[in-house]
Write a protein that binds this ligand. Structure first.
Ligand code: BDR
Ligand code: CA
Length: 323
């Protein structure tokens, strides 16, 4: 099977690290580049963590570029209460000797979108963070954006939220960016999948899985096991979600996720609902035709159900080096 060309946009982040490991190590994926954005932690921490993960995976050749420090309109609100003070589980790992590219994330995105399309294998862009970089890319380089093969993003939810009672963290962090990206996908005909909170928490691994990984004594085992151990302790639980890694895993196992093509809008105002993804689950044409708002132009494949065990197993086998 020809590996799927992928580019990840991350705010590493414990679960972004899990996603990077999968994308870097699975032979079914061709990781072409990684762009970083402020989110779970400030941008400098995100870049450092991302380089650390790629070094551990033996993928120091993967280009990394730094992007936006802050959302388009909102102030930054990090999630270090979830991910640790360094943004990636405070494992005390040595910092990489590498540096990110000396060009901004949008330029790396442009080059990778163009080169993928030019070689006949358009890249799949996987945003796993607030979509600030991707919105800037869509605005600055619309032609290149239109050459993407597909966008699969972690964000939002049809029924579930976390950052507020209404909104998921990545969309809450930069609602305008998400709205711009959904509009751009509609405008350019780029298929888009939303891997949101309805499925995000289902693929889980256990404390014992984490210990077994650490016992391997390899750089990947030490990192992956340390991430699991931290997440379990932080939430006082025997299990931890692999989070963003699930979105990457669905590229390899589309057969274990149920999606439905639905109109989606992002709430940009609202006293209590800013950043909510409004997923239109109505099925009666009568109501829809009479809706004064009209239907959302952004039609998205929304992930609604997943076989979490199959996804977690794929991740575990990959980081154990069993593939
Ligand atoms: C998302 O928010 C971040 O904390 C995670 O990395 C994930 O991308 C979940 O809401
Ligand atoms: Ca993330």
């Amino acid at each position: 099977m020809t590996p799927i060309p992928v580019v990840l946009d991350v705010d590493t982040g414990i679960d972004d690290a899990c996603a990077l490991l999968l994308a870097a190590l699975h032979p079914g994926l061709d990781l072409r580049g990684v762009t970083c954005v402020g989110g779970n932690a400030p941008l400098a921490d995100v870049v450092r963590n991302t380089l650390t993960v790629l070094d551990a995976a033996g993928r120091a050749e993967v280009p990394v570029a730094a992007g936006a420090r802050r959302p388009l309109l909102e102030e930054s609100v990090d999630a270090r209460h979830v991910h640790g003070s360094d943004g990636m589980a405070d494992l005390g790992l040595a910092a990489s000797t590498r540096s990110p590219q000396d060009r901004p994330a949008v330029e790396l995105l442009r080059e990778l979108a163009d080169s993928g399309a030019g070689s006949g294998s358009p890249v799949t862009l996987v945003p796993l963070a607030p979509m600030t970089n991707i919105a800037l890319f869509a605005r600055l380089h619309p032609d290149a954006f239109g050459r993407l093969g597909r966008v699969v993003f972690m964000g939002g939810g049809a029924h579930v939220s976390n950052a507020t009672a209404a909104a998921e963290f990545n969309v809450f962090h930069d609602p305008e960016a998400t709205a711009i990206v959904l509009d751009a996908c509609a405008e350019h005909g780029v298929p888009v999948t939303m891997y949101g909170l309805d499925v995000f928490y289902d693929p889980v691994v256990t404390v014992a899985d984490g210990q077994a990984l650490r016992d391997l004594g390899t750089p990947v085992g030490t990192l992956a096991g340390g991430l699991i151990d931290f997440a379990c302790r932080r939430f006082d639980s025997d299990t931890a979600t692999i989070g963003d890694a699930g979105a990457v895993a669905t590229l390899l196992r589309p057969d274990v996720v149920r999606t439905q093509r639905l109109p989606v809008r992002v709430e940009l105002s609202g006293t209590w609902t800013r950043g909510r993804t409004i997923v239109d689950l109505r099925d009666w044409a009568g109501d829809m035709a009479h809706d004064p708002h009209g239907l959302a132009p952004g039609v998205v494949d929304v992930a609604l159900e997943i076989d979490g065990a199959a996804i977690a197993d794929l991740w575990l086998r990959t980081v154990r080096g069993e593939l």
